[in-house]
Design a binder for this molecule. Structure first.
Ligand SMILES: C[S@@+](CC[C@H](N)C(=O)[O-])C[C@H]1O[C@@H](n2cnc3c(N)ncnc32)[C@H](O)[C@@H]1O
Length: 264
């Protein structure tokens, strides 16, 4: 069983959202398409990038009126507001860290939204209870991606959609090389999951139409420009772009669908 102390410290007592890497309560690297990168970036642009990442995922899920939507790794719960813009019936968020669940509850007073504590590979919901499931920049932490895939397939109704956005690797030797470049891999907070293995785990769990598209061109350069903005750029953090350029890591939008004819 994995030691969860780094994860609990990072998101519990420390609250990673307060790091200057992030802004506005979100904790993701952002989707920067359409944001000019040649001038001084503003906090408003940083928040817009984080919202845009959610919007991309929510659009891929094709959320519509009446849908029940689950987010896994919901953090401060601000993604729920992006989902609500599509008019779903209900949004549920689940997060492993109790402090994150408390923050998400404080940030949302819409009666259609609720948050619970739970793990990606042991989701506290009945079979077939959602039409759509999203996860934004959380799966790089999951120890058991196959378990997450099985649990996602279980809680989705037949025909249900899944969309996951985060960073994955391509090669077997990436884990060791990433640990030498980036402290979040060295500490074990982030895990070097191969994107092909993630797609394989989703298929093995019964998902069809599994796609994994790189969106890194619209993530890494914007993130690097943002990291360069501070008075003392941290070389270690700026190694994200280096890792991308060396082919060690990329950012993906992964989508899948539970076949309409599957048993609940
Ligand atoms: C980088 S944050 C992203 C938060 C949010 N999705 C966002 O974009 O602002 C990752 C979140 O995933 C949660 N998390 C990590 N491992 C998890 C697991 N195994 N099950 C559920 N949540 C998990 C963390 O507690 C954290 O809140």
């Amino acid at each position: 069983m994995r030691d969860l102390s780094v994860l609990r410290r990072t998101y519990g007592t420390r609250d990673l959202a307060t790091s200057p890497v992030f802004a506005g309560g979100f904790i993701n690297f952002g989707y920067w398409a359409g944001i000019p990168l040649d001038g001084e970036l503003t906090v408003a642009q940083r928040v817009a990038s984080e919202e845009a990442l959610y919007d991309l995922v929510v659009a891929a899920l094709d959320v519509g009126p009446g849908d029940r939507v689950l987010e896994v790794g919901s953090g401060h719960g601000l993604g729920a507001r992006r989902v609500l813009r599509r008019g779903p019936g209900e949004v549920r968020g689940v997060d492993l860290v109790p402090e994150q669940v408390a923050r998400a509850r404080r940030a949302n007073d819409d009666p259609r939204v609720a948050f619970v504590q739970g793990a990606c590979d042991d989701l506290p919901f009945p079979d077939g209870s959602f039409g759509a499931l999203l996860s934004v920049e959380a799966a790089q932490h999951f120890e058991d991606v196959a378990g997450f895939a099985r649990e996602s397939a279980r809680v989705l109704a037949p025909g249900g959609r899944l969309a996951v956005a985060t960073f994955f690797t391509r090669t077997d030797d990436a884990a060791e090389r990433l640990a030498g470049l980036l402290r979040t891999f060295a500490s074990g907070l982030d895990r070097a999951h191969r994107v092909d293995d993630v797609a394989r785990d989703l298929r093995a769990a019964g998902f069809a139409h599994v796609t994994a598209d790189s969106i890194g061109e619209h993530v890494w350069r914007g993130l690097d420009r943002w990291l360069a903005r501070g008075p003392r750029p941290d070389r270690w953090d700026r190694n994200w772009l280096t890792a991308f350029e060396r082919g060690l890591v990329d950012y993906y939008l992964v989508t899948a669908r539970k076949p309409a004819g599957s048993p609940v």
